[in-house]
Design a protein around this ligand. Structure first.
Ligand SMILES: [Fe+2]
Length: 442
């Protein structure tokens, strides 16, 4: 008889009812086995909510009104849902019950058939190739020195644009869709500031950065073109380029890491100190000794990437058909595709099944998915799109199709409801032997 794994004393902040399995204890392999057999190789992931101290919720995460402001978050509201992230995140929030950051804030957890929860990373560590397949496992070991899921899937949902910032190493891509933003018309003015105008000289940028925290506003977004974001099309954002993401609810994928430099000192949500601007820089990207050294910052800054006149054209991803996944009653579209920074970084596929439609889904690589509408099943996991969700309750909307499922021929997806079943799949680096949509992206 297999040993039962031990249970941790800590709980996830949203799910105080669920026992949390200690991933370092014996018996984790048996937990994975039982999860895989219950749902035909599809793991059910929990919604992991997070708040940012420098942002205000846009309230499009489909929570019921009072769940947006948990009484233990010191007044910060929930403006992000982390759907699949295998590393710790840092939001600056302190859980007033513990005096510490929320335990395992944002990290992906799987619901077991026994109603307990376990970190996805613990299941990956127990059997990486069963969960992620050989190719992703090898890639992750090379990139991170250990098996881990190499992309992060989340939604950010802010009332106001995020402070203008850049990532030294982290690229990201956006799927801003009509499901997450009901009532938004294509002509509505929701913009993302990107890069700098071509007329901004090195001296002008240095003057702007040197005024950080010195006056009413450093004016960084006065130097940046603002681009209207198109619903239901994708967009890619290479690392090194300034951006101030829009006030729309945005499904975002990025490489597994967390780092940024904030270039804007005042937003609609308040003032940001020069210290906070550099707070989330990693030492290997931007040394601590150079925090606050604006000359060093401007020397490091990639003007060519930030002032590329074709930046919007090169990084827009109008949705295209994905013939290999289409069929009777099944519409398939690539939302993010092609290459980014010279290779296949990640891709987003959206499937829409009419009522009663069914398809066998067997991509070349494991994938994480979430539900954007309707009800049905993915393998043996029943999924449904919810409204007015209550923090603390568990809703089956998010899942992970493992290599174990693909090894047995993939999963059957069926719309068992009366509305269209809409599912969005996030694929990691080099998931496809042929990069989808290369011609369209060029
Ligand atoms: Fe960003």
């Amino acid at each position: 008889m297999a040993t039962s794994p031990s249970i941790l004393a800590d709980k996830l902040h949203e799910y105080p009812q669920q026992d949390l399995i200690d991933g370092t204890s014996d018996g984790v392999a048996a937990v994975l086995e039982s999860c895989l057999s219950k749902t035909g190789g599809v793991l059910q992931l929990l919604h992991r909510y997070a708040g940012r101290t420098f942002c205000s919720p846009g309230k499009r995460l489909r929570l019921e009104e009072k769940s947006y402001y948990p009484d233990y978050m010191g007044g910060t509201g929930l403006d992000e849902i982390w759907m699949c992230c295998t590393v710790p995140i840092v939001t600056g929030v302190v859980d007033t019950r513990t005096g510490k950051a929320p335990y395992r804030e944002g990290e992906a957890h799987v619901l077991t058939p026994e109603g307990q929860v376990i970190a996805l990373q613990d299941l990956i560590a127990a059997a990486p190739e069963t969960v992620m397949g050989e190719k992703v496992t090898a890639f992750a070991k090379e990139m991170f020195g250990k098996p881990t899921w190499p992309i992060v899937s989340k939604k950010f949902d802010n009332l106001n644009p995020i402070p203008d910032h850049l990532h030294w190493a982290k690229w990201e891509v956006y799927d801003i869709n009509s499901f997450d933003n009901p009532g938004v018309s294509p002509s509505h003015y929701h913009t993302t500031a990107m890069g700098l105008y071509s007329w901004v000289t090195k001296d002008k940028f240095l003057e702007c950065m040197k005024s950080y925290g010195q006056g009413e506003y450093n004016g960084i977004r006065h130097l940046a073109p603002h681009v209207m974001m198109q619903l239901d099309n994708g967009f890619t954002m290479p690392n090194g380029v300034l951006h101030s993401p829009t006030d729309l609810c945005t499904h975002e994928l990025h490489v597994t890491m967390d780092e940024h430099f904030l270039a804007e000192d005042v937003t609609l949500d308040g003032r940001i100190s020069a210290e906070a601007a550099f707070y989330a820089c990693r030492e290997e990207d931007y040394p601590k000794a150079k925090h606050g050294d604006w000359d060093y910052l401007v020397d490091l800054f990639d003007f060519a990437a930030n002032q590329d006149p074709d930046f919007v054209l090169k990084n827009s991803r109008p949705a295209i058909n994905a013939e290999q996944f289409s069929g009777a009653g099944v519409d398939a579209k690539w939302i993010v595709y092609g290459e980014l920074l010279g290779d296949q970084k990640c891709s987003i596929l959206r499937l829409t099944l009419e009522s009663g439609a069914k398809t066998n889904f067997c991509p070349e690589c494991p994938t994480m998915f979430h539900t954007n509408g309707g009800s049905g099943r993915v393998g043996k996991l029943e999924v449904r799109y919810h409204q007015d969700m209550v923090l603390g309750e568990i809703y089956p909307e998010i899942g992970f199709i493992t290599q174990a499922a693909l090894n047995s021929g993939g999963v059957e997806i069926e719309n068992t409801g009366t509305e269209p079943l809409v599912l969005t799949f996030d694929f990691p680096q080099n998931a496809h032997s042929q990069t989808p949509g290369v011609a369209a992206a060029n």
